[in-house]
Design a protein around this ligand. Sequence first.
Ligand code: CA
Length: 219
Amino acid sequence: MRILLVEDDLPLAQALQQSLRHEGFVVNHVETGKDALTALAVPDHDMVILDLGLPDIDGLVVLKKIRAKKQTTPVIILTARDTIEQRVQGLDFGADDYLVKPFDINELLARLRVIERRLGTADSAIISISTVKLDSAAHKVFVAEQVLSCSKKEYMVLKALMENAGRIQSREQIESRLYEWGEEVISNAVEVHIHNLRKKLPEKFIQTVRGVGYTINKA
Ligand code: CA
């Protein structure tokens, strides 16, 4: 899941980025409304976390502009404005959710998971396929009830495949979920992560579709 974080409060933005990355999200950060609109002009993100008090354009105007272009990317508003009228206005402008600062990071993460479930095929934080269970709330993978030890990127690859079980994911699709802007893309990283995952997962759990990508069969 790729998140665009629009926040001009740098310490807050850094703390959020760190927590979100820890949860396996890919986070790109911009500080202004103008940069947010530029970033959102192409379909590169699955979700937007939007501060309202931005230095140039008001966050609500940013929201209005992206909705006017019929962009349906889910938006969670983060703001210090907490009157009922302002909340209603944010939701009326097309926000999917609204968090008032200061907020607890765990609440933000829970709300992101709700949106993630709505976007994806999973109907809970846990996806179970065969003997493999991925718990996106606990950020853990279990095989036959035993915790599987895997790196953050291995977890992200497995999550991408399990969320899309029954569908083929190309190497590029998986790659796009692993890297942030400016992060160096290692050319055969996806293959390496899959190779390592296969050593820990049941045989044939991840299947190669020659010339196309990878897939996991549905349970
Ligand atoms: Ca602000």
